[in-house]
Design a protein around this ligand. Sequence first.
Ligand SMILES: Nc1ncnc2c1ncn2[C@@H]1O[C@H](COP(=O)(O)OP(=O)(O)OP(=O)(O)O)[C@@H](O)[C@H]1O
Length: 271
Amino acid sequence: MTSPNAQSTPAATATSPIAVASSVSRHFGSVTALDNIDLSIGRGEFVSIVGPSGCGKSTLLEVFAGLQDHDSGTVTVDDRPLTGPRSRTAVIFQESATLPWRTVRDNVAFALEVRGVAKKERRARADELLETVGLSRFGDHYPTQLSGGMRQRVAIARCLSMEPDLILADEPFGALDEQTRLVMSHELLQIVDKLTCGVLFITHSIQESVLLSDRVMVMSARPGRFIDEVAVDLPRPRSEDVLASPEAVVLHERIWSSLREEAKKTMSVTR
Ligand SMILES: Nc1ncnc2c1ncn2[C@@H]1O[C@H](COP(=O)(O)OP(=O)(O)OP(=O)(O)O)[C@@H](O)[C@H]1O
């Protein structure tokens, strides 16, 4: 896979983080969704956020995507103040939309087409990406002929075709059944090792966060603040087997113990 960072702007340095939020707050009327958040995502770093329902995870992701305003603080991406959505930030949602009238290959090639890449090159690049996500046999299919998990893989391939320097994924496997979810996190794990861009990944699964991340941020119940930061220094490349290692069990336990009280607070408010 080509390195998206090879095309970094002159303002960027190899070592500066790709995305930084400093003292970011966001209110919706009387609701404080984000309270003085600081988070930086390194180039090539995979950062997960876990936190109780409604704590502000999606709001933070949308702020980084330039889709949501913030009331105070600053957000920079690629060393520039963020003013709105940008072409090299790829966003994947729980049920990412595909274009039903286009084949899988043409869905993946869409961003390349918009950028004016020649047809032959588009096709070759799309096929390469379909292979990366394990869909090489399905290039001529239409999205409606695929399962939910396969459609999410199309969305991931399409996102990679943008050669992003930042990927923001909001519970990308949240709508999938347990088995498909396991398969998808396995496949994402294969892709993650080839990525050179920063990733912010929101998940409700502690296992997923430990398996995929370099760092896990634990968010408090609303108003969202970070209450723990856990470095996941398990060796890469990883396989699911790593989750059974004593190191991974300790990490899982730590994240869960930080999260447990917060989850209880959320449940007592919503009961
Ligand atoms: N557009 C909006 N208008 C009003 N309130 C909002 C809006 N978006 C989010 N909120 C509120 O902000 C808080 C944080 O929401 P957010 O969706 O960021 O949480 P979350 O952690 O992603 O939740 P979940 O895990 O359930 O998806 C919630 O109380 C939510 O109701």
